[in-house]
Design a protein around this ligand. Structure first.
Ligand code: FAD
Ligand code: ZN
Length: 479
């Protein structure tokens, strides 16, 4: 086991950031130690809140020298336990929240440089102020921070048009495990001078380096958007609509989100003021968003054309287009509320999976059949980014069942669903990452050559294994 840092070592760390930013009192630490799903409770001797890259570098130099484990943390919205210090492990928390400056915005070059602790919402706002769009869109955008978005390669609802965070980063400033700073804040669109090192850190979940700033890509703001809500009997029909929407809108298809009818029922029951967009209930729903670069009604016409064709072909049962920005926001609120509302329906067992887009309907049929057969009365609530083949396959407990007893079945339920994912050659960590939650799954499921290469990278970049030990890869130094 690693030794917990001594009082003397804690004082040396604290001296780097000053006493008001070195938290040792459990009350002051509390918000860094609980996470959104309440799956993990953390414990740490120390939370450090550096204010500059230089301070981050000094902290890591000392951690490297003394073998102290460090857990980087941004907005603490991660869903796989990566940012929560393991009780009794002596891990210290390195919060990036005070690195919160937008360093530069360049609308002509289409770039923005933000420090790791700037919230995603603040980056979106800074881009909008300059007449540009930063397209990453997540339910957690008010709290999650750019460093966390980079570290998790965040996805969200606009990936089908703009890509994951990986596609939105031009350059990174990263503090390495030994305290050296990789000054890679390039704003180049083309650069084939050697290995693309930034990509190593994107999606590495704090295990290879600490991101302190990112150069991000900006896009033109759409001049208009059309948002529709469609109801259909099956996911097969939703796939047919996706094909039509892609054909009608091309690169203008900026959202295609699927939810099961039960998910909408939950949303209407638990979101204040939420209303059903369509008069009759349907088995499945899709929220479609089409954006246009000219304010000439083209987005609306493309949407109308694809919905009319899908209705005429008998693929969808009903559809409605938002008549105002407020109504469009109401539709999106139903979708973004999907994670939250499941909390009010008792225990929920989660899966974050992806398969090839055209196989989503068959995957859903099989996975729903499998869990309903094994857990009578359970309530599957699959929803998510159908345009990317990424489904949050969550399963709520049977009505009236015991929550703890249901949650005790987490692994058995996971095994069932992940077996279906494996048959489709999909991913069991499609969007939220691996962290601690899926660490064992990753090692069990991946090609050994891939795991060997990942270990070689970890050993090269973090030879003492101090960065987020036990996340993504097993911590081989723990015993
Ligand atoms: P944290 O939770 O603080 O950390 C996440 C991981 O990154 C940890 O392993 C941590 O150690 C590491 N880390 C954080 N900052 C740094 C840094 N500067 N350098 C190195 N490592 C770092 N995710 C999606 O992808 N798509 C969604 O649509 C989505 N929706 C969500 C909706 C809700 C309501 C919630 C609660 C979460 C959602 N998430 C989603 C998950 C989460 O918001 C993202 O993973 C987000 O990118 C995490 O950012 P954060 O700043 O909160 O990171
Ligand atoms: Zn998602």
């Amino acid at each position: 086991m690693r030794a917990a840092p001594s009082a003397d070592l804690i004082a040396r760390f604290a001296a780097i950031v000053g006493p008001s930013h070195a938290l040792t009192d459990p009350l002051d630490q509390a918000r860094y130690l609980v996470e959104w799903r309440d799956l993990y409770r953390g414990e740490t001797p120390l939370v450090l809140r550096p204010g500059t890259t230089r301070e981050v570098a000094a902290i890591l130099r000392l951690a490297h020298e003394t073998g102290t484990a460090v857990v980087p943390q941004g907005g603490n919205t991660g869903l796989v336990g990566g940012q929560t210090p393991v009780p009794g492990s002596g891990e210290i928390v390195l919060s990036l929240e005070r690195l919160n400056r937008v360093r530069a915005v360049d609308p002509a070059g289409g770039t923005l440089i933000a420090e790791a602790g700037v919230t995603l919402e603040a980056v979106q706002a800074a881009a909008a102020e300059a007449g540009r769009l930063f397209p990453l869109t997540l339910g957690s955008q008010g709290s999650c921070r750019i460093g966390g978005n980079v570290a998790t390669n965040a996805g969200g609802t606009a990936v089908l048009a703009y890509g994951n965070m990986r596609d939105l980063v031009l350059g990174l400033e990263v503090v390495l495990a030994d305290g050296r700073v990789l000054n890679g804040l390039k704003r180049l669109r083309k650069d084939n001078a050697g290995y693309d090192l930034k990509q190593l850190f994107i999606g590495s979940e704090g295990t290879l380096g600490v991101v302190t700033a990112a150069a991000l890509k900006l896009f033109p703001q759409p001049a208009e958007t059309a948002v529709a809500f469609a109801g259909m009997a099956t996911p097969q029909a939703a796939l047919a609509l996706l094909v039509r929407a892609r054909t009608a809108a091309g690169f203008g298809l900026t959202g295609f989100e699927l939810m099961i009818g039960r998910g909408l029922d939950f949303a209407v029951r638990h979101i204040d003021g939420a209303r059903r967009p369509l008069a009759c209930p349907h088995g499945w729903y899709v929220l479609v968003e089409i954006s246009g670069n000219l304010a000439d009604g083209g987005a609306r016409r493309a949407m109308e054309a694809c919905l009319t064709e899908a209705l005429d072909a008998g693929e969808i049962e009903d559809a409605t287009m938002a008549q105002s920005g407020a109504q469009a926001a109401d539709f999106w609120r139903l979708r973004h509320g999907m994670s939250e509302v499941q909390k009010f329906e008792g225990g929920s067992i989660k899966h974050d999976v992806s398969v090839a887009v055209n196989e989503v309907p068959d995957f859903l049929d099989e996975a729903i059949r499998a869990v309903e057969a094994a857990f009578p009365g359970c309530r599957p609530v699959p929803f998510g980014h159908m345009g990317d083949g990424n489904i949050h396959f969550n399963v709520s407990q049977p009505v009236g069942a015991d929550k703890a007893a249901f949650l005790a079945e987490w692994d058995r339920m996971n095994a069932l669903v992940h077996a279906v994912v494996a048959r489709y050659e999909g991913s069991v960590a499609a969007e939220h990452g691996v962290g601690r939650l899926k660490q064992a799954l990753l090692e069990a499921g991946k090609d050994p050559v891939e795991i060997d290469l990942m270990r070689a990278l970890k050993d090269a970049l973090d030879p003492r294994g101090i960065l987020n030990p036990g996340r993504v890869l097993a911590d081989r130094r723990a015993d």
